[in-house]
Design a protein around this ligand. Structure first.
Ligand code: PLP
Length: 403
């Protein structure tokens, strides 16, 4: 079937909830996607932060193949070495004492919400309110969607889960007004992804900790996008003076297979009892085997230092570009290889021009180009990105009036 035939069949048979790109991918390797004609595209989207180690990573493939030979699935009545290994690695590398595995990010958020509410109930009846942040994104299931701080994701599906209040990011006074003794948890992304790569500031994060302590509320860090080396630390909260009580992880955890996790601090490990929560597929052994291969690599300090060096190279190049095209390139935000570039109304045009030149870009929140390349991207590939992006800016600048 031709590429255009496949796109037609796709729209004929699949529910129309995704904005598909016209590019039909035949294969993928490293940081490149390849179409049916053999044309290569440098991928600065990285499966929206899933392909942390790029495509076709040999260690991930070997881990998957090894586990496939043994078994693909057991029910959660049975223990599995692959699952226990990954849980041990997560516990040893973080604040957490225990792990609950899910199939997706949104399910990890649901588990966090349930645990936080049950914990609140036990403290005092009615201690079930939750504070979350405007513009946040936590997922598509009802709890996670209700936590999400964007009305357009929630309103069509109202009524949402009650007891959730949103405050603007970095607004300390609003936060003080929202967190009370009836608050059981504060949910946050330390760097918001979907809303255009917006970091929390140190004062706000410090106030989260102070208020959580004062009102006996849990801090839930959603690290589904920021986690696993993306920001140049294993988890992004390590950039701040913050230790969460719960943390949600997903995206790159399964090396491309569906896997999420809720990490739980020691003192909370008995909040949920057998039968109170669970998942048929959560903690699939093949996905966990891939996860161990991912975690082993991304938790290596040398790997994380490499991500931070890549950030420097990108930021230097982008700041040159800012000077050259101030009418196009605005603020550059974020950490590590999670950077957002404000480009205003030029975003879609830049994305289209880049695609024509063999460069894949993600646009989020309409005006922001969000870079989430594989963390394994080489300096030469970063230079290649800067070169192609410069060409796109030059073309837009030339035809600025046509945007
Ligand atoms: C911060 C954050 N939380 C939660 C989710 C939801 O994850 P999933 O799509 O795996 O359910 C996402 C996905 O983009 C995310 O970026």
């Amino acid at each position: 079937m031709t590429g255009s035939g496949l796109l037609q069949e796709d729209s004929r048979y699949l529910l129309n909830v995704y904005k598909r790109m016209s590019l039909v991918v035949d294969k993928a390797e490293g940081c490149y996607l390849v179409d049916g004609d053999g044309r290569r595209y440098l991928d600065m989207v990285g499966g929206i932060a899933v392909n942390g180690l790029g495509y076709a990573d040999p260690e991930i493939r070997a881990a998957i193949n090894n586990q496939l030979e043994r078994y693909i699935h057991l029910s959660n009545f049975f223990v599995s070495p692959a699952v226990v290994d990954l849980a041990r690695m997560l516990v040893e590398g973080t604040f957490a004492g225990k792990v609950f595995f899910t199939n997706s990010g949104t399910e990890a958020v649901e588990a966090a919400l349930k645990l936080a509410r049950k914990h609140g109930h036990a403290k005092s009846p009615g201690k079930t309110d939750v504070v979350a942040l405007f513009d946040s994104f936590h997922g598509r299931t009802y709890g996670a969607m209700s936590l999400t701080g964007k009305a357009r994701y929630r309103d069509p599906f109202s009524p949402t889960v009650p007891g959730i209040r949103h405050v603007p990011i970095n607004a300390v006074q609003d936060l003080r007004g929202a967190v009370t003794d009836t608050t059981c948890a504060i949910f946050l992304e330390v760097i918001q992804g979907e809303s255009g790569v917006r970091p929390l500031n140190d004062d706000f994060v410090a106030e989260v900790t102070r208020l959580a302590n004062a009102h006996d509320a849990l801090i839930v860090a959603d690290e589904i996008q920021t986690g696993l080396g993306r920001t140049g630390r294993l988890f992004a909260h390590e950039h701040f003076d913050l230790v969460p009580d719960l943390m949600t992880v997903g995206k790159s955890l399964g090396g491309g297979l569906p896997l999420g996790a809720l990490l739980v601090a020691d003192r909370l490990e008995d909040v949920l009892s057998p039968g109170e929560h669970g998942s048929t597929f959560g903690g699939n052994p093949v996905a966990c085997a891939a996860g161990a291969a991912v975690l082993r690599r991304v938790s290596n300090p040398a790997f994380l230092a490499g991500v931070r060096r890549s950030e420097e190279l990108l930021r230097d190049g982008l700041s040159d570009l800012q000077q050259k095209y101030p009418e196009i390139i605005g603020e550059v935000r974020g950490r590590g290889l999670m950077l957002g570039i404000e480009v205003g109304l030029f975003a879609r045009k830049l994305q289209q021009l880049a695609l024509e030149q063999g460069l894949l870009l993600n646009v989020t929140n309409e005006t922001v180009i969000r870079l989430l390349p594989p963390l394994t991207i080489s300096n030469a590939e970063l230079e290649h990105f800067l070169q192609l992006f410069t060409q796109a800016c030059a073309a837009v600048s030339g035809g600025a009036n046509n945007v």
